[in-house]
Write a protein that binds this ligand. Structure first.
Ligand SMILES: Nc1ncnc2c1ncn2[C@@H]1O[C@H](COP(=O)(O)OP(=O)(O)OP(=O)(O)O)[C@@H](O)[C@H]1O
Ligand SMILES: [Mg+2]
Length: 267
């Protein structure tokens, strides 16, 4: 069973094709990065992959469940999503640990859900992995941008309530986890992400980023999105070539791989 499978997927809004005839397979164990210009449809793909959006045409299968033929409440409990939009829905006075714990009930979790001591232990463990244990009781709103991003990722990894059981996240989706970070913040986040990529419980990870320098070690595959279509996809070392990157962003770019990182600059 593949964690993700898109077959000729299309999304149409007001006669515009946001996603066009997109086919994509993410096999178990793979870690993907999606790159592409603003408005090319990256977030839309993550909304499909997290069962928050249904395709207008084609089929989407997530963790073996076909969208439209599945109870998405249960499916969503197996998926972790960290997206900028999520943090805007939270009260600024809630603490970092409360923010992580709300991950237990998925998106739009109200504050009056029940959290027990085991949830608290787990949230603290996740904050510890993000090197943020000492910030657990700080208000989420006063944390730095980099700290907030890590809290959101920890929240996406919080085990989920599904009916009477609690489940570990199997598919992790990250939308621009490094957006707005300074150099130090980016390096700390990259180290955190590198550890997450090694987590064997995660059958797949898909992250979206704008900069190749923000791709952590452990990413195995890449997809380049242009106007709602993948113009290249496959093993990262095959996809991230000068010609592919230049075509994707409509500018002559040079990309090189050095010391575990992908560096891009104008020719
Ligand atoms: N509900 C909607 N109705 C109409 N257009 C939409 C809707 N949702 C998204 N779009 C449009 O779809 C396109 C793709 O949006 P999306 O957010 O997926 O792009 P993106 O690649 O994530 O961009 P960015 O890099 O800026 O985050 C954009 O042009 C956006 O305006
Ligand atoms: Mg986006």
């Amino acid at each position: 069973m593949e964690p993700l499978r898109f077959d000729q997927v299309g999304i149409t809004r007001s006669a515009h094709k946001l996603i066009n005839n997109l086919s994509w397979k993410v096999a178990s164990g793979q870690r993907w990065v999606i790159l592409g210009p603003n408005g090319s449809g990256k977030t839309t793909i993550l909304m499909l992959a997290s069962a928050r959006l249904f395709p207008s045409s084609g089929t989407v299968e997530i963790l073996g469940c076909k969208l439209g033929k599945t109870d998405t409440r249960y499916l969503k409990s197996r998926i972790g999503l960290s997206a900028p939009l999520e943090s805007r829905m939270f009260s600024a006075t809630g603490t970092a640990i409360e923010m992580v714990m709300t991950g237990k009930y998925g998106d739009l979790a109200p504050w009056w859900h029940h959290y027990d001591s085991q949830d608290k232990r787990h949230a603290l463990l996740l904050l510890g992995q993000a090197e943020l244990e000492e910030k657990a009781e700080e208000a989420f709103g006063v944390l730095s941008e980099g700290e907030r991003q890590k809290v959101l990722i920890a929240r996406a990894l919080m085990p989920r309530q599904a009916g009477f059981a609690t489940r570990e996240v199997e598919l992790l989706l990250l939308d621009e986890p490094s957006a707005g970070l300074d150099l130090g913040g980016r390096e700390h986040l990259l180290a955190y992400l590198e550890n997450i990529m090694k987590n064997p419980q995660l059958s797949a990870v898909v992250m979206v980023t704008h900069h190749t320098e923000q791709i952590p070690l452990g990413i195995s595959h890449a997809a380049l999105l242009k106007k709602g279509e993948f113009m290249a996809q496959g093993p990262i070392e095959e996809v991230l070539s000068d010609s592919n990157i230049s075509e994707c962003f409509d500018i002559q770019l040079k990309i090189r791989y050095e010391k575990g990182r992908w560096w891009t600059a104008r020719l």
